[in-house]
Design a protein around this ligand. Structure first.
Ligand code: CAA
Length: 379
């Protein structure tokens, strides 16, 4: 067991850190206040190779490992979790799903521009009545000759209006339960595809989360991913990797809040000395740092298992479960260390606290992660 990062990993982490300070930190408070998507910043992230990090270079990707991706996600999430959720969905749900299961034609047409960040992708599984219970898909795709007719509504879709390529999960045969669910690639602008309302959220306010409506949208058969009936497995496998990305996001949010609290505690004086010299604050800092380190080990382990070709579903669920709990605990404590200043926008920690909550909800709630973990333990 070796806990050292390689020079390449350190270079990726430093490049992400530099980018966040130069490009994401300025304006992050305004984007959160105005619920404004970081469009130019995401464009630059694409130019720097952050949007298709693990994709094979032959499809314009960075050809990097999952650990590099996790390190970049962690750094970007310290500053702007709205930018990092876009990055996570594009990398680990959309690009990974297409590279692993797409046809050569699909990869040429869709994966290549997604991997450079030239276009963004969205992953459309959740529905008004199918969140945690993902098998209960109401969106249906009916085969008619050389195309499917897609009808239904999707909810909570990250990159909802900014994406150009949408991976849509729909039922193709209701009588077969989860084996009657299929996956499709749908393009923005196709007739009958309507981008619905934008959600006004507690956190990750810069990310654009929308509902989507499909009214008799014609989807060519060649845009189906895998065989008919493969859609549920496709979604589950894609989410196994997605959860590593969200775990890294949670880790970054926690680490970002901790770093701010540590620095503030050395500057702020009370009762004649910096508050870092008071044991009440020292205990908080020690707890925060310990929890973050434990979360980091789980996240890096899940990434390494994936890179080594091992089964990582269990490890990614554990990493997401624990890192998202840590993100919540640590951000609340970071606000507490800041006192009244922590409650105002200027000091960043209140935003990180709001952003942390979603990591316990999306890509499977904490309860779903416990289902995945316990089923694995009991099988
Ligand atoms: N990995 C691989 N396969 C899996 C799997 C996993 N983690 N979980 C289930 N499966 C497979 C099972 O092996 C089974 O396959 P077979 O029939 O071939 O044996 C099949 O899927 C059905 O499994 P279950 O009977 O266990 O299904 P279930 O109805 O009990 O549900 C669940 C399982 C784990 C609860 C699943 O529904 C789930 O993960 N729900 C959460 C969905 C989710 O994460 N949504 C997030 C939306 S995407 C998002 O948030 C993106 C964004 O924009 C940020």
């Amino acid at each position: 067991m070796n806990f050292e990062l390689t020079e390449e990993h350190i270079a990726v982490r430093d490049a992400a850190r530099e980018f966040t300070q130069a490009e994401l930190l300025p304006g992050v408070i305004d984007r959160d206040t105005e619920a404004r998507f970081p469009k130019e910043q995401i464009q630059k992230m694409g130019e720097l190779g952050f949007m298709g990090m693990m994709v094979d270079p032959k499809y314009n990707g960075g050809g990097m490992d999952t650990l590099s991706y996790v390190l970049a996600m962690e750094e970007i999430s310290k500053i702007d979790a709205s930018a990092s959720v876009s990055m996570s969905v594009n990398n680990s749900l959309v690009c990974w799903g297409l590279e692993k299961y797409g046809t050569e034609e699909q990869k040429e047409k869709y994966l290549k521009p997604l991997a450079t960040g030239e276009v963004l992708g969205a992953f459309c599984l959740s529905e008004p009545e199918a969140g945690s219970d993902a098998t209960s898909q109401r969106t249906e795709a009916k085969l008619e000759g050389d195309h499917y007719i897609l009808n239904g509504t999707k909810n909570w879709i990250t990159n909802g209006s900014s994406a150009s390529v949408y991976l849509v999960i729909a039922q193709t045969d209701a009588s077969k339960g989860h084996k009657g669910i299929s996956a499709f690639i749908v393009e923005k602008g196709w007739k009958g595809f309507i981008i619905g309302k934008k959600e006004d959220k507690l956190g990750i306010r810069g990310s654009d989360t929308h509902s989507l409506m499909f009214n008799d949208v014609k989807v060519p058969v060649e845009n189906r991913i895998g065989e008919e009936g493969f859609g549920f497995t496709f979604a589950m496998e894609t989410l196994n990797g997605g959860r590593i990305g969200i775990a890294a996001q949670a880790l970054g949010i926690a680490a970002g809040a901790y770093e701010l609290a540590l620095a503030y505690s050395k500057e702020r004086k009370a009762f004649g000395k910096p508050i870092s010299q008071h044991q009440a604050i020292q205990f908080k800092l020690a707890d925060m740092a310990t929890q973050i380190e434990a979360a980091r080990m789980l996240v890096y382990k899940a990434a390494c298992l994936k890179d080594q070709g091992e089964d990582y579903a269990h490890a990614s669920a554990m990493a997401k479960l624990y890192a998202s709990e840590v993100a919540m605990n640590v951000t609340v404590e970071a606000v507490q260390v800041h006192g009244g200043y922590g409650y105002v926008k200027e000091y960043h920690v209140e935003r990180l606290m709001r952003d942390a909550k979603i990591t316990q909800i999306y890509e499977g709630t904490s309860e779903i992660q416990k289902i995945v973990i316990s089923r694995n333990l009991l099988k």
